[in-house]
Design a protein. Structure first.
Length: 247
């Protein structure tokens, strides 16, 4: 019994991918024209464009209109600090990095109601934050706070609370607990559009839920970063047994 032969464009994409990842094709280098590549691989230009499209979706190749296909230069990475719920101080203070913030009031739909443990339709303050450096999008954050817990000052553009949003930070007083669930996955169509990435490019997704000492959820955040533009660091603090006293 013979296996299914993969489409030809998969083989072409794999060969070009290997040339890029091993350094035979350097960042910023222009690939041969599509006609030349099609002749080299003895395929049609339609098949070649499918291979190039796959590499573009992975962030390895970018097509510049009127100039051709180029090996994409690596993006400068930002850093997300788990536990603190913020971009690291160096990233947040980087002059070239700016964060646009848009706020609104939305009703809690099914997923949000479950995440924040509130009744369906409860009013939530939603803050949509997008970090931008030049033409590069580094991250998308959607932060939700029960409307009755939203700090009044956070709606003031010049307030310290509002500026916390430019670091994707937890709003309001420091919570008693913060739980972060991290995964990699393909972007949703909305994320792909907002971050200007291909639908096949992986993203790092962080779901952050903060609660107060009474166990009430005071904030939920959905953070999405293109996988090639972020590092995340998580630090575990261990209790010192010698400092613990017996009852």
């Amino acid at each position: 019994m013979t296996g299914t032969v993969p489409p030809r464009h998969h083989d072409i994409a794999a060969d070009l991918r290997q040339q890029i990842t091993t350094g035979r094709l350097q960042p910023g280098e222009r690939l041969p024209s599509e006609t030349v590549l099609a002749q080299r691989y003895a395929i049609s230009t339609v098949t070649l464009r499918r291979a190039l499209s796959a590499l573009q979706g992975e962030g390895l190749v970018e097509k510049i209109h009127g100039k051709g296909n180029f090996v994409r230069r690596p993006h400068r990475k930002i850093m997300y600090v788990g536990g603190w719920g913020t971009l690291d101080p160096w990233t947040a203070a980087e002059p070239a990095l700016r964060v646009s913030v848009r706020s609104s009031t939305v009703p809690a739909h099914g997923d949000l109601a479950t995440l924040l443990n509130v009744p369906l339709g409860s009013p939530l303050a939603e803050f949509s934050c997008l970090s931008i450096e030049g033409e590069t999008l580094h991250g998308l954050a959607r932060i939700y706070v029960p409307r009755d817990l939203t700090p009044a000052a956070v709606l003031d553009d010049d307030s310290a609370d509002r500026q916390a949003l430019t670091r994707f930070a937890v709003l309001g007083p420091q919570p008693a607990t913060t739980q972060e669930t991290v995964c990699t996955r393909p972007p949703t169509p909305d994320e792909s559009s907002a971050l200007r990435i291909g639908t096949a490019a992986p993203v790092l997704a962080v779901t952050r839920v903060s609660t107060d000492s009474a166990g009430r959820v005071v904030e939920a955040a959905l953070l999405t970063f293109p996988g090639d533009r972020v590092d995340a660091v998580f630090t575990t603090h261990h209790a010192n047994p010698e400092r613990q006293t017996s009852a």
